[in-house]
Ligand binder design. Structure first.
Ligand SMILES: Nc1ncnc2c1ncn2[C@@H]1O[C@H](COP(=O)(O)OP(=O)(O)O)[C@@H](O)[C@H]1O
Ligand SMILES: [Mg+2]
Length: 287
């Protein structure tokens, strides 16, 4: 099991007048090869939880986080090993890119692992090709001159070069233009097809609905739902109570249902919407 979280509590600035509890007993299990979404409104604790999943924060209060068999709360836990298993892609890629060129940045971890230069280059080449950035074209590019989408893909390449088989992506499309966003989603889907375990965090159900199989909703530091994506995104009462907007396809079906058409509302694609409306209206959908 790549990730197991039990009863996790987090308080910022504990033991001070500014103490603020933001996670209240979170349970989460992520199985090998799964793609799981974590949705939740702003300030619901998503990024705080993400830092536990990547071993950047370690439980100091009640609660347990086990990553690939390593209990990160244990005083002698091998946190360096955790960081070679789970790769974090931060909300702001600028927070994790710090070398001058693309090649140096992606090769940072392999160099630290004392690989020989030829092996480092092979890893960097493979990682860059995997994220759709041809090695010869991008190796010498200054990191600061890349587009937002390219920076995020370099961040993904960096964790792939480290050998991580589980990726935690915190709002990977936030702030990207439509093309950068589509490219990023396509990359995440292809990494999942290649067998990587993926945790994708977003405040947009719209994009999670088409990406993940299972969806966890975090609300005010608590898991408000955890189940098959179809069931969670079509749970109108749950979404209303957390302030998340349903995907457009679900909202459309809810409107049809409210108007008296006997339809199911858990449609995730426009094709499904068309088929369901046609079925309920008793007609045959024309191609
Ligand atoms: N470093 C920090 N120090 C104090 N409070 C923080 C810190 N980081 C986040 N918080 C607070 O914790 C809560 C949860 O934040 P966060 O985990 O970033 O949520 P999300 O990613 O869902 O927006 C927010 O109220 C935020 O203001
Ligand atoms: Mg966040």
């Amino acid at each position: 099991m790549p990730i197991s979280v039990r009863g996790l509590i987090h308080t910022y600035d504990p033991d001070t007048p500014f103490a603020r509890q933001v996670l209240f007993g979170v349970d989460l299990e992520v199985g090998d090869g799964e793609i799981v979404g974590i949705a939740g409104p702003s300030r619901s604790g998503k990024s705080t939880l993400a830092q536990y999943l990547g071993g950047l924060l370690r439980p100091r209060q009640p609660g347990m986080v086990v990553i690939d068999g390593i209990d990160t709360g244990a005083p002698d836990a091998d946190i360096a090993a955790v960081r070679t298993r789970v790769g974090m892609v931060f909300q702001f890629p600028e927070d994790q890119l710090f070398e001058r060129t693309v090649e140096l940045d992606v090769g940072y971890a392999p160099r630290l692992m004392k690989m020989n230069p030829a092996d480092v280059e092979a890893r960097v080449r493979e990682a860059l090709e995997t994220v759709g950035m041809p090695f010869e074209e991008f190796r010498g590019r200054p990191v600061h001159a890349l587009s937002g989408g390219q920076k995020r893909r370099v961040a993904v390449a960096g964790v792939l070069a480290k050998g991580c088989r589980t990726l935690v992506l915190d709002e990977p499309t936030a702030g990207l233009d439509p093309l950068g966003r589509e490219e990023m989603l396509e990359l995440v889907a292809s990494l999942h097809r290649q067998g990587l375990t993926i945790v994708m965090i977003s405040n947009q159900l719209e994009e999670l609905a088409r990406m993940v199989e299972r969806l966890v909703v975090l609300a005010e530091g608590r898991v408000a739902a955890d189940g098959p994506v179809r069931r969670v995104v079509s749970d109108a009462a749950l979404l209303a109570s957390t302030g998340l907007r349903p995907p457009g396809t679900v909202a459309a079906m809810q409107a049809f249902a409210a108007a008296g058409l006997p339809v199911r509302t858990d449609c995730l694609t426009v094709d499904e919407v068309c088929d369901e409306v046609a079925r309920a209206a008793g007609g045959v959908r024309r191609a």
